[in-house]
Design a protein around this ligand. Sequence first.
Ligand SMILES: Cc1ncc(COP(=O)(O)O)c(C=O)c1O
Length: 425
Amino acid sequence: MVDTVPLSDSQRNALFDAVDRLRGDCPYHHPLYLGQMLKPPHPIAQLAYTLAMSLNPNNHAYDGGRASSEMEKESVTQLAEMFGWSQHLGHLTSGGTIANFEALWVARELTDSGPLFASEHAHYTHERLSRVLGIPFQKVRGDAKARMDLDHLEQLLKSSHPGTVVATIGTTAFGSVDPLPEIIELCRTYGFRLHADAAYGGYYRLVGGLSEETTRAYEALSDVDSLVVDPHKHGLQPYGCGCVLFQDPDVGRIYRHDSPYTYFTSEKLHLGEISLECSRAGAAAVALWTTMRCFPPTPGGDFAAMLSCCWKAARKLSAFLRSVPELELILEPELDLVVWAVRESTASTSSERAREFFQKASERNLHLALANVPRSLAENRLPRMHWDKSAVTCLRSCLMKPEHLANMPRILDRFQCVLAEFRGS
Ligand SMILES: Cc1ncc(COP(=O)(O)O)c(C=O)c1O
């Protein structure tokens, strides 16, 4: 681009300065990056986004992005169909937090500000969003598999008026999947509204071979009231692409508002009429639409096969970690996230050693992440450890790139080098 677009010297220098600044980032696209929840957008998504960005449509008012608004509606319909929904109302958002915000806002309107119940392992933004929305938040304990504890949920429901339960379908730290069929049973008894936060894990509905319990939870997604899934996590999209879906299209009435500037040019639905955000990138919709043309979200298709590689890579890494005496796997991975601790005599020294491992790995270009795991979850796995604090810092890996599977020998080789150094330190 620098050679083909006429640029002034100062513009050219600014771009080279930007390149220099970006050098400080991790190589997120590389198979040896298995740290945070990051996945590079597919080249087809990058191309389609760039193509549309040259027009820079805005999917607020219909005439701000006629083609891209239609492409958004079609893409959102495909996502709703992926969850087995025959009807829906929904739209893309700038990300998972805003998508959840809209779902919780609609829930608040429909439950007369009833409380919000979410597991201690739910994304931290639920508690914060409930404060923003002025609704009480009730934290539900996690069980031994980092899923929502059903007994505790029921206990809380008994002493409360009906509100909204958030089931997390793929928690951010562990990839654990809340027991949705059982939560739906409780819903029949206690009559709450049910929202699924599947921002990270939603696309795994397409993947066969997961455990029976996990598969049942995915099947039950057809019965929730609202759902969030993020194409910018597992859907091969650049950042700026979340999605909120409501099963009942009638919730559109809650969004009803007037805008003196926008909704005059067309009788068609302006996406701004059913969204809390005003301007949104039409390019995000074009990228998603084009990607789904190439990789339809269908069970057994190429896209599902790519996801399946991530899950298999996570299992391979866990099998390796189980064979290392100094390390302890905290949970069998349900999806593609793996969390493990360093065996030590106290939680403090284990945490310190985990940070050392993290640092040594990053010096060898093996990029991992860290996570604080509460004692209640880790103590079964680390029975001899003295708990001088309430949580232990563990290592965490997100194996969200299909290439992680083919590169596993290389990844494990790097792990062995890091371990050798770690043992000697
Ligand atoms: C389960 C879950 N929900 C919500 C979010 C927030 O999504 P975003 O970062 O796109 O706002 C995340 C982010 O990791 C997540 O894992």
